[in-house]
Design a protein around this ligand. Structure first.
Ligand code: C2E
Ligand code: MG
Ligand code: MG
Length: 632
């Protein structure tokens, strides 16, 4: 029960003050009762009357407390005690009365329970009474006399000391509690202030500095570089396939990837440099005090290699790459906003150049960004104007040497720009949504051409058609392919659709059913650029494909780089054990071909035989090639 609890601590000040006052009054009443009883016993009726008359204001004080009139209750109680003590001194032994020691307690109580005015008036009353008592004694008109010490004296003394001890104990406890609370609150305030400060300047997910702090640090680095006559660099980093990973594996995987990338980026720079999160999958790095562009280049290369290391989340292992843009100060600008804009442009250039690379800003980049917009707008009319055409690259059986198929590769003959490479315009077409329309034309055209070759006597070629992930997401690939087959009269068994790994990683039920339907009609599938995207191959379980196309990046340096040879050999084994066909892209010379044959690869494609050719040249190539084979 809180009433008896002298250690009761409430955060409500009023509540506690009321309780303490009540407790004190009850204590004093109890003391009065004891003192009253001993006076009755010794038949000191005058003292009994004084004590019991003092109980009346104490009871009134209790009533006032119950009505929440604490100030009044405190004042009435303290005045009445002061009055009773004074009366007792004057009526009995004067300055030798044991009640004298109750004065300090009364002063403490008045200081706590009463207003300042009441406190000082009580204190003045005590001083006055003691002064008069002293005077009375000195001048003989009211001598204080030493009374014999009896049991009554002892009881009064004990009561007063007991009440004093309890009161002082409780008040000091309250004080200590209040101090501790204050200290705790102070600490919390400091902590939350520091936290708010941190949140305002850091990214909640990665704990890296945010753009605001990055700007601040950058301006600082620039000022320092200007003083020291040195250089600073701002690197803009964008993850290449983050959106695909986030969309297909979910946001928690996306968050984990960003956190991991944030950690890795920090390992690529010195402690004095700043790694910040600009937002989304974009990061900024500020390199302070670098000697030359070479230093920035070195760090950019380290970042590319570090980011590309596989990441494992539970059972999934994947790799992501990044594109970097670098702006240098004072070369490209001497303020954060200018450098950021230029680094962003340079990053865009790295993306356009095939991602997973870095670019420094230079004046040509400005025109490049504008060029993209122009390309997108002129692409809108390119189909109608017949500017697209398909080239066909032969695919070879490495054992027999025969042509077994062709990959259809789109070309854009721009009236002013000349031949625009697909690596340049396909990403723009994908971004602008134009890939749907262009892709439709490609499928129709490829089927028609293959059928035409069949009519002209080349009957056994498979045609590989590249399909963009955007077509699966937004177009109706199933209908498109079936229509193209119907219109051209080509049998489905001759068509292979080339899919990207990132598409299959999405693992959507819509995609599964589209692929299943098409497979039901006899269409086959291959995975293009195999080996570049994800090291987790579990998607191969969900999507049946017929063929893997080893990416040309592994083939190019096959004879020089033992790592590439090991990767190719591993891919060949995977294909063998899953009973998938396999074709190597980008075979440029006899040595590479020889090595691939040794490793067990059975199909190939590349400049070693022929680049992609216009339809009539392709036909001539096949005829000539077969002629040569027959003669050999
Ligand atoms: P991809 O599907 O991996 O095509 C192979 C690319 O490698 C082609 O480049 C081809 O010309 C090139 N190549 C073939 N043999 C060699 C060689 O021995 N050495 C070297 N260095 N390169 C070789 P291309 O035609 O520039 O196409 C680039 C990419 O553009 C294609 O890569 C594909 O992703 C995309 N693309 C091309 N045509 C289409 C299309 O019709 N539809 C879609 N969605 N994408 C296409
Ligand atoms: Mg391809
Ligand atoms: Mg490829």
């Amino acid at each position: 029960m809180k009433f008896f609890d002298l250690t009761y601590h409430s955060d409500n000040q009023l509540d506690r003050r009321q309780l303490r006052l009540q407790q004190m009054i009850h204590l004093v009443l109890f003391g009065m009762l004891l003192s009253g009883l001993q006076n009755v016993y010794f038949q000191r009726w005058y003292d009994v009357a004084i004590i019991f008359s003092a109980a009346i204001p104490a009871l009134i004080s209790l009533a006032l407390i119950r009505r929440q009139q604490l100030d009044r209750a405190g004042a009435l109680f303290c005045y009445s005690i002061a009055g009773v003590l004074t009366l007792v001194h004057w009526s009995s032994t004067g300055l030798y009365d044991p009640a004298m020691i109750a004065y300090p307690t009364l002063i403490v109580l008045a200081a706590i329970a009463c207003s300042r005015r009441v406190f000082w008036s009580i204190f003045a009353l005590i001083l006055l009474s003691l002064t008069l008592l002293s005077l009375g004694d000195m001048q003989g008109w009211h001598p204080s006399r030493v009374a014999p010490i009896d049991i009554g004296f002892w009881i009064d003394l004990m009561c007063i000391l007991f009440i004093t001890a309890l009161m002082i104990y409780v008040f000091t406890q309250d004080l200590q509690h209040a101090l501790a609370t204050l200290q705790e609150e102070n600490l919390q305030t400091l902590k939350s202030k520091a936290h708010i400060e941190f949140l305002a300047h850091h990214d909640a997910l990665t704990q890296l500095p945010n753009r605001v702090l990055a700007k601040d640090r950058c301006e600082h680095a620039l000022a320092h570089a200007a003083r020291q006559n040195s250089m600073a660099a701002l690197i803009f980093i964008d993850l290449d396939n983050f959106k695909t990973i986030n969309d297909s594996l979910g946001h928690s995987a996306g968050d984990a990837l960003l956190t991991e990338m944030a950690r890795r980026l920090q390992t690529c720079v010195r402690a004095s440099d700043t790694v910040a999160r600009q937002g989304g999958d974009e990061f900024l790095i500020i390199l302070e005090n670098i000697a030359s562009a070479k230093a920035a280049q070195h760090i950019a290369a380290t970042i590319i290699a570090t980011v590309a290391e596989p990441v494992t989340f539970g059972s999934i292992t994947l790799t992501t790459t990044c594109s970097l843009g670098i702006a240098l100060s004072p070369l490209d600008g001497d303020d954060f906003d200018t450098l950021l804009q230029k680094a962003d442009m340079a990053m865009y250039r790295a993306k356009a150049a095939g991602r997973n690379s870095y670019f420094f800003y230079d004046a040509a980049i400005n025109t490049n960004a504008v060029e993209h917009l122009q390309l997108a707008s002129s692409m809108r009319n390119a189909i109608a104007r017949g500017e697209f055409m398909l080239h066909y690259q032969p695919q070879i059986d490495l054992l027999t040497g025969d042509v077994i198929g062709a990959e259809a590769l789109v070309r854009w003959r721009h009236p002013e720009l000349g031949l625009v490479p697909p690596a340049k315009f396909i990403p723009i077409a994908e971004n602008a949504g134009l890939i749907i329309e262009i892709g439709e034309w490609i499928v129709h055209q490829a089927c028609q051409q293959t059928r035409q070759w069949q009519d002209e006597g080349i009957r056994d070629l498979m045609i590989g058609i590249n399909i963009s992930p955007i077509q699966f997401r937004r177009g109706d690939v199933e209908n498109l392919v079936l229509q193209a087959l119907a219109r051209s009269g080509l049998a489905a068994q001759y068509v292979e659709l080339e899919l990207t790994e990132s598409l299959l990683l999405e693992d959507s039920s819509a995609l599964r059913s589209t692929l299943q339907q098409l497979r039901g009609h006899g269409i086959s599938f291959s995975i293009d650029d195999f080996g570049t995207g994800y090291s987790n191959l579990s998607y191969l379980k969900h999507f049946e494909v017929e063929r893997l196309k080893i990416d040309q990046s592994f083939i190019r340096r096959l004879t020089e780089d033992p790592h590439d040879a090991a990767i190719v050999s591993a891919i060949i084994q995977v294909a063998d054990s899953l009973q998938l066909a396999l074709i190597a892209e980008g075979i440029e010379n006899a040595a590479t071909l020889q090595r691939l044959i040794e490793l067990g690869c059975k199909q190939g494609q590349g400049y070693h035989w022929s680049p992609a050719l216009p339809a009539d040249e392709f036909k001539a190539f096949v005829l000539a090639h077969r002629q040569k084979l027959a003669e050999a």
